[in-house]
Design a protein around this ligand. Structure first.
Ligand code: ATP
Ligand code: MG
Length: 399
């Protein structure tokens, strides 16, 4: 097995080894490389203690990412590389984080603390270290805990969700004992911070096999997302299938949560950012609104929710209501034309402003808004040109 390592990472390994420390790439980057995927980041595990790592990389920028847990980030070229000292996790009293960690000079202990066999592989120029059958499990597409699953989930409940996440992203199945233990221990997810849940849940939802994983492990997901319990089996299945047709997180979340009460509250609770929450709320509220492939209707929609949101609404409705697809496609074409040709659909692009009306002698106040919207409506309906003179003429004729 030969893994091609970026030259920056190679250099970090060499620097550690030239200083008489052991050093390996480890975890996700080894797993992904073996699977022929490009890793998103490269982690190194080393026998060097944190202060020794800092010494080795004197000429480089280093960040003390988690000194207590033995992690130093070194910047080589422009690449941040996390180097972590071989460690043994101390006792877990809260199912979340070890109370303390112990550094060790034996890599086997470091691999033993890792969650799944496929994540417990280390590699350097001498070859692979595979103490828990991770290579075979990658080949057979299996997620399996390192050691006793009950113990490992009790130590850190997030691993339950991580198992589902890897099953979705990698399209692996979860080994029988590990799966059984996931069901048995699912309540442990209640102890996990919502920030940590958020990260893993997003990866799960964006993974290739999210629909099967959520369908099969619905009870587990309901521990931190109890609101989806109101969905019938068929409804959930239908939603998950529709979600496959969309490739953004906000759109997939909308399909999962629309029609359930207060999707924005659910997402706030799970620590989503304001933008995602706002988008999901707006799309959920409008998902049953009728979109017709005709210019007046599309302009009304553009005025109501804006171009970006209407694009998303059309996408999401096409995914959910297949029978409306053709109409929605036509609507999209009409929308694009309205945008490309800068047609007026909002007060912002109306050729007269409130000031114009005041200058023409309309009293300030509520009236101005009413008149402007009346003008906009007439422009949208094609009854008036969006042109200042004709609009002012129309207004003044009514005075
Ligand atoms: P990704 O490609 O999404 O980054 P990854 O496997 O690298 O996947 P990370 O969350 O970056 O996942 O973690 C890096 C490595 O640290 C894992 O491969 C695993 O060996 C170990 N690890 C991470 N989280 C845990 C955990 N909760 N319990 C045990 N080991 C963990
Ligand atoms: Mg990683």
């Amino acid at each position: 097995m030969n893994i091609s390592i970026p030259k920056e990472v190679e250099r970090a390994l060499n620097i550690l080894q030239n200083n008489n420390f052991e050093a390996y790439i480890v975890g996700g980057c080894v797993r992904d490389s073996i699977m022929g995927k490009l890793p998103s980041d490269w982690d190194i595990t080393s026998s060097a203690k944190p202060e020794e790592i800092i010494k080795c990389f004197k000429g480089y920028k280093t960040i003390e990412t988690g000194l207590k847990h033995g992690t130093i980030t070194v910047i080589i070229g422009k690449m941040p590389i996390e180097i972590t000292t071989y460690r043994i996790d101390g006792e877990y009293t809260d199912n979340r984080r070890p109370d303390e960690v112990f550094f060790t000079s034996d890599i086997s202990f470091d691999l033993k603390r890792r969650d799944f066999t496929i994540n417990a592989l280390a590699y350097n120029e001498k070859g692979i270290i595979d103490l828990y059958g991770g290579m075979a499990d990658i080949k057979n597409k299996i997620i399996k805990c390192v050691g006793d699953p009950n113990e490992r989930f009790e130590e850190d409940g997030l691993r339950i969700l991580r198992a589902l996440r890897f099953a979705s992203v990698l399209e692996f199945r979860i080994e029988k004992n590990t799966a059984y233990s996931i069901y048995k221990n699912k309540h442990l997810l209640k102890n996990i911070s919502r920030e940590r849940i958020n990260i893993e849940l997003n990866k799960l939802i964006m993974g290739n096999n999210f629909h099967q994983v959520i369908n099969s492990y619905r009870d587990v997901v309901e521990v931190f997302l109890p609101e989806i319990a109101v969905l019938s089996k068929e409804d959930l299945k239908y939603r998950l299938n529709s979600m496959k047709r969309l490739n953004s997180l906000s759109l997939r979340l909308t399909l999962l949560l629309h029609g359930i009460e207060f999707p924005d509250k659910i997402l706030t609770n799970l620590k989503y950012d304001n933008r995602t929450i706002k988008t999901v709320k707006l799309l959920s509220e409008n998902i049953d609104g009728k979109i017709f492939p005709e210019s007046v209707n599309i302009k009304r929609w553009l005025n109501k929710i804006g171009h970006t949101n209407l694009k998303m609404l059309i996408k999401i409705k096409s995914a959910l209501f297949q029978e409306e697809k053709e109409n929605l496609l036509q609507s999209e074409i009409i929308m694009n034309k309205i945008i490309e040709t800068n047609q007026c659909y909002s007060l912002k692009t109306l050729a007269v402003s409130g000031n114009d009306l005041i200058e023409a002698g309309i009293p300030k106040g509520k009236n101005i808004g009413i008149v402007l919207n009346d003008l906009l409506n007439k422009v949208i309906e094609g009854k008036l040109e969006n042109e200042k003179e004709s609009l002012m003429n129309y207004v003044c004729s009514g005075l």
